[in-house]
Design a binder for this molecule. Structure first.
Ligand SMILES: *Cc1c(COP(=O)(O)O)cnc(C)c1O
Length: 384
C-alpha cells in the first residue's frame, strides 16, 4: 500500500523512473555545454537534438519549430510578448478561464496600455465561440486560448479557433500544457502558430518546457543573451531535463492511448461513486468535452479548504483549483466564470488522476472522501 494517494496530477506529476534513468548520465558523464565545439559539448548537442526530434514527431511538426524553454509559463509569456512586438498591434484576445501564466500576463499588459479581451464561457465551461468570431478583427496581435482547462479539464475546440484566426490572418497561440499526453495533437493538420507545453505535467522533471513556433512566423525573444535555440531562447540548455522530456515524450508515443483508457475508467469510477454515494454533489464543467483524467466536483455545504485539509491528514492529495492560485482566499476564477457563486466555487474540488493511480486507491480515496464530507457537514449548523 502506498504512503499516500496522489490525485493532483494537473498540478504536477512524478518523474517516470525510465525518464530519471535516462537523465542521470547527463549530470555527471555527458555534462558538456551543447554550445562547446569539442566532443563533450557536441555529444550533449546530439542528445538534445534527439529529444527535439522526439517532440517534433509527437506534435506532428518539424524539429526546427521546437524551442526549449524553462517551463510552460515562460513559453506562454514568450509567445504573447513576441506577437505584440512583431505585429506592433495592441490587442490580445484570450479567455476568462486561462491559467495564471496567461491570465496574469494579460493583467499586466492591460496596466501597460494594451487591450485585452477575455471571451467568456457558458455554465458548462464551454467557450462562446461566436464571441471570438465577433471580436476577431485585423487589429488583434494574437489570440491565445488554452487547449484543456487545468481546473475542470474542459477542452476547447482549438482546431476551429485556429482556423478562424488563420482566415483572419491573426496569430494564434494555445497553452497546451494540459493537453499533452491526453489529447492526440497533430500540428501538421491544425494551423496553430504557437503552442506551449511543460515537462512536469507528463512525467518529466519540473523546469523544462517547450514552445512550438510555426515555420515562417516571426518571433522576437524577450530574453537576450546567447544564440542558443537558433537565437530564439538564450541561456544554456537544461540538458538533463531536455533528455528527460524527450524520454517522457517517447513513453507517451507508445503508451498514451492505453494509459488514457485506464485513467478514464478510474476517473469515471471516482466520479460516479462520489455522485452516487455522496448526496448534494455535482460535476463542474462539460462532461463530454473533457480530458480523461480530471473531474471537478461541487460538494454542497462543504468548504473545500476544510475538506482538502482533512484529506491531507489522511494522505489524500487533491486541489481546490490550480496549484498556482491556492493559498489565495479568492474563489476560483475558472468556476466563477462558469457562473458558480463564490460559495459554490469554494465548495469545489479538483481530482486529477495519472499513470500511477490504481483502482484500489480510487476506492480507498472515495471511502475517505465520503467520511470527511459527512463529518464536515455534521459540524455545520444546518446545510442550506
Ligand atoms: C501547469 C500549467 C502551466 C504552467 O506551467 P509551468 O511549467 O508550471 O510554468 C500553464 N498552463 C497550464 C494550463 C497549466 O496547467
Amino acid at each position: 500500500m502506498t504512503r499516500f494517494i496522489y490525485l493532483d496530477n494537473n498540478a504536477t506529476t512524478p518523474v517516470d523512473p525510465e525518464v530519471l534513468k535516462e537523465m542521470v548520465p547527463f549530470f555527471s558523464v555527458y555534462y558538456g555545454n551543447p554550445s562547446s565545439p569539442y566532443r563533450l559539448g557536441q555529444e550533449a548537442k546530439q542528445y538534445v537534438k534527439k529529444s527535439r526530434i522526439a517532440l517534433a514527431r509527437f506534435l506532428g511538426c518539424e524539429e526546427e519549430e521546437i524551442v526549449f524553454t524553462s517551463c510552460g509559463t515562460e513559453s506562454n509569456n514568450a509567445a504573447i510578448l513576441s506577437a505584440l512586438r512583431t505585429t506592433g498591434k495592441k490587442r490580445v484576445i484570450t479567455t476568462a478561464t486561462e491559467h495564471s501564466a496567461i491570465y496574469e500576463l494579460c493583467v499586466d499588459l492591460e496596466k501597460r496600455g494594451f487591450e485585452v479581451l477575455r471571451i467568456g464561457v457558458n455554465a458548462s465551461g464551454l467557450l462562446k465561440l461566436e464571441e471570438i468570431e465577433k471580436h476577431l478583427t485585423a487589429d488583434t496581435a494574437i489570440v491565445s486560448v488554452m487547449w484543456a482547462n487545468n481546473e475542470t479539464g474542459v477542452v476547447f475546440p482549438i482546431e476551429q479557433i485556429a482556423a478562424m484566426c488563420q482566415e483572419k490572418g491573426v496569430l494564434f497561440h494555445t497553452d497546451a500544457v494540459q493537453a499533452i499526453g491526453k489529447i492526440p495533437i497533430d500540428l501538421s493538420q491544425i494551423p496553430v502558430d504557437f503552442l506551449s507545453l511543460t515537462g512536469h505535467k507528463f512525467y518529466a522533471p519540473k523546469g523544462i518546457g517547450a514552445l512550438f513556433i510555426r515555420k515562417g512566423k516571426q518571433f522576437e525573444p524577450f530574453m537576450r543573451g546567447g544564440s542558443q535555440e537558433m537565437h530564439r531562447r538564450a541561456g544554456t540548455e537544461n540538458v538533463p531535463a531536455i533528455i528527460g522530456m524527450g524520454k517522457a515524450i517517447e513513453i507517451l508515443s507508445q503508451n498514451m492511448e492505453e494509459d488514457n483508457k485506464r485513467i478514464l475508467q478510474l476517473r469515471n469510477l471516482l466520479e460516479s461513486r462520489i455522485l452516487e454515494e455522496i448526496p448534494f454533489t455535482k460535476v463542474n464543467g462539460d462532461k463530454e468535452h473533457r480530458i480523461v483524467n480530471t473531474t471537478n466536483i461541487f460538494f454542497e455545504g462543504v468548504d473545500s479548504e476544510t475538506l482538502l485539509f482533512d484529506l491531507d491528514q489522511k494522505g489524500i492529495y487533491a486541489s481546490g483549483g490550480s496549484a498556482c492560485t491556492t493559498g489565495s482566499l479568492k474563489p476560483s476564477r475558472v468556476l466563477t466564470a462558469m457562473g458558480l457563486n463564490p460559495i459554490e466555487a469554494k465548495s469545489s474540488i479538483r481530482f486529477s488522476l495519472g499513470r500511477y493511480n490504481t483502482e484500489e486507491e480510487i476506492h480507498r480515496a472515495v471511502d475517505e472522501i465520503k467520511k470527511s464530507v459527512e463529518k464536515i457537514r455534521k459540524k455545520l449548523p444546518k446545510s442550506s
